[in-house]
Design a protein around this ligand. Sequence first.
Ligand SMILES: CCCCCCCC(=O)SCCNC(=O)CCNC(=O)[C@H](O)C(C)(C)COP(=O)(O)OP(=O)(O)OC[C@H]1O[C@@H](n2cnc3c(N)ncnc32)[C@H](O)[C@@H]1OP(=O)(O)O
Ligand SMILES: Cc1cc2nc3c(=O)[nH]c(=O)nc-3n(C[C@H](O)[C@H](O)[C@H](O)COP(=O)(O)OP(=O)(O)OC[C@H]3O[C@@H](n4cnc5c(N)ncnc54)[C@H](O)[C@@H]3O)c2cc1C
Length: 775
Amino acid sequence: MGNRCRLRTAICHGNSRRCGYPGLRAHNPPTFPITQRSRRTYICGVKQPPHCQMTTHKQDAGAQATQMNMLMDIKRGRLSHLSITRCVFNQLLIKSGRALKKMSNTAVGVIPSHVNPDLQEERDRASFNVTELTNIIDGGAEKTLLRKRLEKLIFSDPDFQKFPDIQTFGTNSEFYSATVLKSTKLFKLRRELKWTDEEFDIALRLGGQGHALGLQHGMFIPGLERLATEEQKAKWLTLAKQYKIIGTYAQTEMGHGTYLKGLETTATYDPKTQEFILNTPKISSIKWWPGSLGKSTNHAIVLATLVIKGKKYGMHPFFVQIRSMTDHTPMTGIKVGEIGARMGRMTSDNGYLILNNIRIPRENMLMKNAQVSPDGSFTAKAPNQANYATMVMVRVGLSYYSYQLLSRGVTIGVRYSAVRRQSKLDPKEREPKILEYQTQQYKLFPGLALAYAIFFSSRSLRMKYMEAYQEIKNGNLQKLPELHCESAGMKAFCTDNMLRELEIIRQSCGGHGYLNASGIAMLVTIAAPMVTVEGETTVMYLQVARYLVKRFANASTGQQLDGCTAYLSMDHAAYMCPLMSEDDCRNMSRLCDIYSYRVYMTVSRVAKQLQTDIMNGMPQHFAFNKNLVNLVRAAKAHCYYSVVKDFSKAIQSMQASPQTIKALKTLCCFFAIHGITEESGDFLETESIGLEQLQWIKRLQGTLLAEIRSDAVALVDAFDHHDISLSSAIGSYDGNAYERLFDSAQKDPMNKEEVHPSYFQYLRPFIQEMNKAKL
Ligand SMILES: CCCCCCCC(=O)SCCNC(=O)CCNC(=O)[C@H](O)C(C)(C)COP(=O)(O)OP(=O)(O)OC[C@H]1O[C@@H](n2cnc3c(N)ncnc32)[C@H](O)[C@@H]1OP(=O)(O)O
Ligand SMILES: Cc1cc2nc3c(=O)[nH]c(=O)nc-3n(C[C@H](O)[C@H](O)[C@H](O)COP(=O)(O)OP(=O)(O)OC[C@H]3O[C@@H](n4cnc5c(N)ncnc54)[C@H](O)[C@@H]3O)c2cc1C
């Protein structure tokens, strides 16, 4: 109601005493029932003066002139569109004839075709060529063209164009249907157009959030590729790749997600029938969370503890049909469904699965790594952890996915900050863009730098993964421990920091950041589970720490280490902080040395403490638990160092113009020194830097914020996210944030009717009752 009054105030040129909101307090509410006829003449129970009663009373000349002036103001862009409702405007149209109608179309619900001048100004001042950086991110100019070609194809489809609105306003069920439609359309296009894997990957990324059938390509197909024998692949992988079957990866249970040795689902071998009998015997053993399971899939890779003649052989994968291929109903003995509403948008139909004496043929155990022969003898070709291969792949993928989410978020935050004006810096000047405030830069630029850092580091991880995967496929598991450490560490680092920065960016958008239409709120909720899925952050950091402590022990015996822990075997005895002056703080090689020393000290201290505790008689698991916080600290330090190093190396080897290199170097340096200021306690405590160096670093941080500020919009433009992928009213390429916000509000189903049914059901009787009451 208040809003309505405020709107009237705006329309009446702020004459609030005559018809507006503050005047309300001076009036008594009407003491008669409000009828359809009388409704328009009363706003908040206040009888409106004639010039505000546009549809019910004849306008006088003055009121007409007022409306005409207002329309002219709107046309010139002087009046905030937020302050005009479509309904009031329609009333104006009826009264003011064709000439006015023409003008009004440019004002309400119509998004200008030009780029917001405030954003254009930012683009004009860029110090480097944005397209060049976009090409680097895409992997070359021809890849950018390929992406754009796919964008054009996919986003010309009205169903994809509608998707952002369904995401913002649809019910869970509508959103789920839209994601099924989206997945099936992309799958069909892939077949019809014979897309390569690369083209399909790009298409999936462009498709934005929510793929009901995402697990098909996310884990089901990769699971079959990694866990099935050649014979099994010929049978099922082909069906899966042709979408003749739709599947998921069902590992987590209600009682256990992290501790895989604790899984309670059993696959008991029956040599008489040569079948496995699958059971989820207790409430805690119900499969719980698998994506696409709730409503979409008809098959699953079910991870279960193998039992032969009463003996347990650890977790193994089984190929199970869960729904009928004719009517999609659950197979006999299976109960399956959705697990319920969750935080934010449900980007997949996560499900539960109960298995009650489900018999599957012996051949349905995925036997690449271990076999059960018809008589029930068990043989393993690889350690049981080889069955974790699908998870390693997804962890690598999630690191890159963190880049995608964060780069979208920071695009929204930076563009919005360039078009939003608020408060005063110089009292004589107009209100500045909020991007001018140093504190705003401090909210946005760590996320911007992190997005680039994650991009380059996850790209490097992907390359290492491809190399190692080829060897692992051929049975050489030598690189597996390091790959596990790096993928677990990057997954934890990227998702954890990405989520933190996204929430800060959301807050940097003020009130609008809380609206779904902003796009940033949605990104935060989509990012939230990423810290949990595929290995919870702390658990993953502890896997890294375990590897670091082992490698430290190796290095202590004089072994020369290679790979990501090589620094542990370097001689650090003569370490001195390499920063001799403030200028040195821009030297990436010196900053990397500081990081390397900090990790070395953190790892060595916790490793020595563990050793002392064990030597003093503490059982190993107790000693480990007593040092968990410091172990996680060591793992985080290791990961930060790796990412700084990867980012810096990528720039060193980059073929690009000096201007682009300079912009990236500034960002990389900012990323490194930001990490030091954030954890200055650790850096000081380990004597990686001294107090004086910290002061230099903090001073430089201010300078770098100002340097990045002038290129901030160009740096986010270089990500080149399509407006449909961004789904953001405040972060679109044209920067017409207010018009898009208003336009979006008009699409809210709540605005379909002028008066909500609850008014007639509850509010009107209540108001009437209150008006009849004596006191
Ligand atoms: C877009 C969004 C898509 C989202 C999709 C999400 C899908 C999912 O979430 S699927 C479910 C994912 N589930 C998980 O990630 C479970 C997490 N838990 C685990 O991975 C394991 O239980 C873990 C790593 C914590 C512990 O492993 P576990 O074997 O039980 O015991 P642990 O004693 O720690 O390790 C034994 C050895 O295996 C090694 N190891 C552990 N994991 C791996 C691995 N993945 N690869 C290679 N080696 C491994 C350890 O380093 C250790 O080696 P060593 O003995 O030489 O030190
Ligand atoms: C959106 C979403 C999608 C998912 N999709 C799938 C899917 O497709 N397939 C599937 O199988 N699963 C899926 N999962 C499940 C997911 O993989 C698990 O939730 C995840 O692995 C974490 O396990 P948990 O829930 O058991 O957490 P828990 O392990 O119970 O974690 C709770 C807390 O305990 C702590 N903790 C646990 N163990 C240790 C330890 N050893 N040391 C120190 N601290 C510890 C953790 O740090 C955390 O703080 C999905 C989950 C979500 C949220």
